[in-house]
Write a protein that binds this ligand. Structure first.
Ligand SMILES: Cc1cc2nc3c(=O)[nH]c(=O)nc-3n(C[C@H](O)[C@H](O)[C@H](O)COP(=O)(O)OP(=O)(O)OC[C@H]3O[C@@H](n4cnc5c(N)ncnc54)[C@H](O)[C@@H]3O)c2cc1C
Length: 293
């Protein structure tokens, strides 16, 4: 007789917990997500910070949310809206010569003419080069790292795919990739551009989310990975609407997917340490309905 599938409890309905729960449930494991807050979404939730002012309270930019996952989870139907801004960032200058980096590279190049004709001319080439390199290394973001001692067939396939991508790069770009990856991002930016504001914007992108400064070795890899992420999602800001989250939770409740309240008998790891109704895990371990989404 086939044994019953193991029941799974996930503590915390942040996006990682929700994605893991979705795939576990899809694979046939009765899955329950416990969330201490009233809304699901963790740091990706948009909240009102002042009457009438709403913003993502922690995560201001969406990480590489892989489109196949977003599609499979039907996140658009669940109310997720990714906001794409025309202006990606503004670099402020005390003398007022601010630089806007646009979603459209042509617009950035046009704006750069006021600061440096040289940089304006180089910007499109820079953008195109990083597009190519990002596309080549994009599989790194979603592949399971290969086993160290024993490579499985899938590891060979993944590595082969990467090697093919690398081989398909023009020789000059392939050399660029090998040369730039270990470099400090400040050196890389200085090789391309003379405008300090532009260099600062590029350097900031290289050190995004890492404990390193622009002169730290290897920070150009951060820039390359950001370029790779451009091929996994299209958008910078995240919007996980509170109303939609509530609705999503209501929908999920119907299938006992997300239960709100701190997990019973589990030490509080939440930052706020709020006390709330304690949900006995055993009572709420109901199988997830497959149509939960
Ligand atoms: C200041 C800051 C800024 C950041 N900016 C970005 C950014 O711009 N872009 C980006 O991609 N990443 C950003 N990150 C990183 C990002 O927030 C994390 O990578 C992401 O939140 C991890 O998601 P998660 O689902 O694992 O956890 P979380 O989003 O933290 O979710 C955990 C969930 O578990 C719940 N929980 C915890 N303990 C319990 C318990 N005992 N019982 C029930 N529920 C519990 C919490 O309430 C929460 O809902 C930032 C992080 C910080 C700290």
């Amino acid at each position: 007789m086939a044994s019953e599938p193991k029941r799974v409890v996930i503590i915390g309905a942040g996006h990682n917990g929700l994605v893991a729960a979705f795939y576990l449930a899809k694979a046939g494991f009765p899955t329950l997500v416990l969330e201490q807050r009233e809304v699901a979404g963790g740091t990706a939730v948009t909240e009102e910070i002042h009457p009438g002012f709403r913003c993502p309270t922690v995560m201001h930019a969406i990480g590489p949310l892989l489109p196949p996952i977003a599609r499979e989870m039907q996140l658009d139907k669940q109310g997720l809206e990714v906001m794409k801004q025309d202006i990606r960032t503004i670099v402020l200058d005390p003398r007022g010569k601010h630089l806007r980096i646009y979603e459209e590279p042509q617009q950035t190049a046009a704006e750069l003419t006021q600061l440096s004709k040289h940089d304006s001319g180089k910007y499109l080439e820079f953008h195109a080069t990083f597009d190519k390199l990002g596309r080549a290394i994009a599989p790194l973001l979603s592949m399971t790292p290969p086993g160290v001692d024993h490579l499985a067939a899938k590891d060979y396939l993944n590595l082969g795919r990467l090697a093919l991508n690398f081989r398909s790069l023009p020789k000059r770009d392939a050399y660029h990739l090998l040369r730039w990856a270990p470099m400090p991002v400040a050196d890389l930016a200085a090789e391309w551009f003379e405008t300090e504001l532009l260099r600062a914007a590029i350097e900031a992108r290289g050190i995004f989310g890492v404990f390193a400064g622009p002169w730290s070795a290897g920070t150009s890899t951060g820039l390359l990975m950001q370029a790779a992420a451009g091929f996994t999602h299209s958008g910078e800001s995240s919007e996980s609407d509170r109303g939609s989250a509530r609705e999503r939770r209501r929908n999920c409740r119907q299938c006992n997917f997300v239960q709100c309240g701190p997990a019973a008998d589990v030490p509080q790891t939440g930052r706020r340490g709020r006390s709330g109704p304690r949900i006995p895990c055993e009572d709420s371990l109901l199988p997830v309905r497959r149509d939960c989404g």
